[in-house]
Design a protein. Structure first.
Length: 255
């Protein structure tokens, strides 16, 4: 039973074994054994260029536009980038926040994102997502996706907000987070399934405490707005799937 992992252009940075790795039956849960149909066969899109000069200009109504003088940073936070499926826990390479933004706003995961949103069954949608989306570890760089294998923390955290009732609530929550006076949005985009958000924020005033402590503090704060956070995000090695969202927001300092 062939289970080859789909590889995009970033896969060129991986070794041959990873690029052509076939998942053995032991790598798959028993209830996933007959899930060949979950692999999407759309042609792979090359990842967008990482040259800052290639970044498209934002549209006139882009929320990232500011009238203040632009502020840039000399060294961007770095994340580990992992090729699909999610049970591949060895990173392919490191990427920056600007790289992530270019991938999300490009057509790289467009076919997979559109197909996922047509799947009505929640269990099938979950399986499709596990097998067909690359991902990053927003909390930092890792040698292996496990908490003890972190190399360098990014100083950032991703907050997953799922199960919003419709697109109106998604957009209202998007704007609420963007306008938040206490936590400055570094990047914000819609989830692969379309009814959730991924909010990347800085970890601040957390000296002496761990990742989970700060995560719980943010969750408690958002609950005052009626926002429920996915509790699995408390793990420092949490996987953040990379969807297609042309309207994603990134803080201008990264561009």
């Amino acid at each position: 039973m062939n289970r080859f992992v789909h590889v995009g252009a970033y896969g060129a940075a991986c070794d041959d074994e990873l690029r052509t790795r076939m998942l053995a039956p032991d790598d798959i849960e028993p209830w996933e054994q007959d899930s060949e149909s979950l692999f999407y066969s759309a042609p792979a899109e090359d990842l967008p260029a990482t040259d800052p000069e290639s970044t498209p200009e934002p549209a006139a109504n882009d929320p990232s536009i500011t009238t203040e003088p632009p502020v840039t940073i000399s060294e961007q936070p770095r994340f580990s980038f992992f090729e699909r499926p999610v049970n591949n826990i060895i990173p392919c390479r490191d990427i920056t926040m600007a790289d992530l933004y270019r991938i999300v706003t490009s057509d790289y995961a467009k076919a997979e994102t559109e197909h996922l949103r047509t799947i009505a069954d929640d269990a099938q949608a979950k399986l499709f997502k596990k097998f067909n989306f690359d991902y990053v570890t927003v909390a930092g760089t890792f040698t292996k996706r496990e908490n003890k294998s972190i190399v360098k923390p990014s100083g950032l955290m991703v907050i997953d907000i799922d199960d919003l009732k419709d697109s109106t609530e998604v957009e209202d929550t998007f704007q609420l987070l963007l306008d938040n006076p206490r936590l400055e949005t570094q990047m914000l985009f819609r989830s692969p399934g379309g009814l959730g958000l991924k909010w990347i924020i800085p970890i601040i005033n957390n000296e002496g405490h761990d990742h989970q402590f700060y995560f719980q503090a943010v969750s408690n704060y958002l609950s005052t707005y009626g926002i429920v956070v996915d509790s699995t995000g408390k793990d420092v090695s949490r996987a953040c799937y990379i969807p297609c969202d042309p309207r994603a927001f990134i803080h201008p300092k990264y561009l």
